[in-house]
Design a protein. Structure first.
Length: 157
């Protein structure tokens, strides 16, 4: 099983890229881990929101294989504390025969086609967060979950 994080578009903030790189390196000590940027063409950026979401959906769905387990980071998703997330992640990883794919959508969220394909919706907060910043926040939580699973001294409870 591989774990992947997919997001749309590049970030404009160097500190997010730096943090993303740090947590990607840390995660590869636990599981084969990959970050994939699905970047719509430049001309699509000026389109209507529905068109932008549809173009992003096409890119996301091309990356996902039929048997992959797809988790969308979405404000309407299930919320966990860190211990609960680690427990559910551990169960999921033990039961999967395919890759585990987490997806952060663009600024306008996901197209209905992506929602239909999803196996799970996961929320990190009831508060709205930048789709760029949430990448880094999620990677830290994913790393935290892996250290909890391994009983390593990163998380303090």
């Amino acid at each position: 099983m591989k774990m992947k994080l997919v997001f749309t578009g590049k970030t404009a903030f160097p500190y997010i890229n730096e943090g993303t790189d740090i947590f990607k390196k840390r995660l590869t000590h636990y599981v084969p881990f990959e970050i994939i940027t699905a970047e719509p063409s430049k001309k699509s950026a000026s389109g209507h929101i529905s068109i932008q979401k549809q173009l992003e959906a096409e890119l996301i769905l091309k990356i996902i294989k039929p048997n992959d387990y797809l988790v969308l980071l979405d404000e309407k998703g299930k919320e966990f504390n860190s211990i609960q997330f680690a427990g559910d992640l551990q169960k999921l990883m033990a039961s999967l025969q395919s890759d585990l794919i987490f997806v952060v959508g663009g600024a306008f969220g996901f197209d209905q086609a992506v929602y239909k394909r999803a196996n799970m919706l996961l929320s990190l907060s009831k508060m709205t967060c930048s789709h760029q910043l949430i990448r880094l926040v999620f990677l830290e939580q994913l790393y935290r979950a892996m250290t909890i699973i391994r009983k390593e001294p990163y998380h303090h409870e």
